[in-house]
Design a protein around this ligand. Sequence first.
Ligand code: 5GP
Length: 181
Amino acid sequence: MRTIVEQGHTFEEWLTPEMIYRDVKQVAECINRDYKDKEPLFLVVLNGAFVFAADLMRALDNDIHCEVTFIRVSSYWGMATTGKLEFIVPLQQTVQDRDVIIVEDIVDTVLTIHQLKAHLRAQGASSVTVATMLFKPDKLEYDDAKPDYIGHEITNEFVVGYGLDFDGFVRNLDAVYKVKE
Ligand code: 5GP
């Protein structure tokens, strides 16, 4: 099993690139089925979701007629959530009458999703769903925020890699690693 050390913490490989590939494929198949006759707007939550989003986009059927836009929010620092959502890169595109699919790296306390969904609905989106690579169901705090498309459900552990950072680093790891301590 591969391990890495980042800022004194040891992380071990948890989801291999092969497992991630299968998870992404399965999410893409569900979106292909549900959005066949629609024109979704993918709203990618930076920074962490960029890796999953890039893989997901390429796993979709070519005839899914869609747009992609980006937003950046912050509600996490180190290993503990601050519980506050801050818009760092605001919405650049109108969502009025659009079928929006929020693309997340991980849904944890679901605070981010809960607040984003409310925001998008207030802006007139016709529908809002959530596609996330990882989901920690143990910490579900808002019923409306359970993701619609989930790559992998994981237990409540701090993970890095495949876009997920540790204070900005290790996003480039090709697998998902979990903290060993
Ligand atoms: P929320 O708690 O609002 O669902 O998650 C907000 C953000 O916290 C996620 O988009 C992600 O960037 C970050 N986050 C949550 N859990 C983890 C984790 O286990 N590892 C890392 N690196 N980031 C996390």
